[in-house]
Design a protein around this ligand. Sequence first.
Ligand code: 13P
Length: 248
Amino acid sequence: MENPARRPIVAGNWKMNGSRPLVDLMQNQLEHADLEHLDVVICPPLPYLGLFKSSVTLGAQNMSHFESGAHTGEVSGSILKEFGCSYVIVGHSERRADNHESNANVALKVAAALNMKLTPILCVGESGSVRDSGKLFTFMAGQIDAVIKQVGIAQFSNIVLAYEPIWAIGTGKTASPAQAQEVHQFLRGHLAKQDPNIAANIKIVYGGSVKGSNAKELFSQKDVDGGLIGGASLDPKDFLSICLAAKQ
Ligand code: 13P
């Protein structure tokens, strides 16, 4: 019997890509697809948020931990809500690298998102060198523990976790289903030490070179509840086939 709390979710992270025509194409495609029994989220660059119709569930790719004020170039949770967002990606490895976001910064953003009733898609994941060093699980625990320390374990019932190994992002080098399952199981087990119920019900999605051709095998792993899709989310056909692979 499937756990209804873990209804699959597929989110498309467009990163700094997209166009008005792609908004229309994606909108059209999602409107006409049978996407019952799963959640599909599009996370486009900010200006495109306002172009989607309300039938599409939207997420942002980042937000400020400040509520408002003199923070040039930033966007607040309340503005994201006004533009129809229900989700926000927090702690993506590209932001951790490009914008020097620390575990503590990420934790503050998760807290700010939760405060605004936005669902954070909290990204964690190791570089190839961390994996090679044998410190994979210590590293992953550190990323999670910073957020637990900030918001408390109970709030993880309002969080989607995304495991995105950096070495698999945009490289075409997908984690094998067994590698993904191993880390997802670790993450669930790590949360279970604090609250078994929260751990059993949290959605943990995989991201890193997911395509229509490998999605089914990844999503069929016991602890994988869907995907966070980069490159393939820019191709409406491929994205749809990934979404369909996640259907229960
Ligand atoms: P790719 O699917 O392009 O590897 O990107 C994954 C990702 O970073 C999604 O957030």
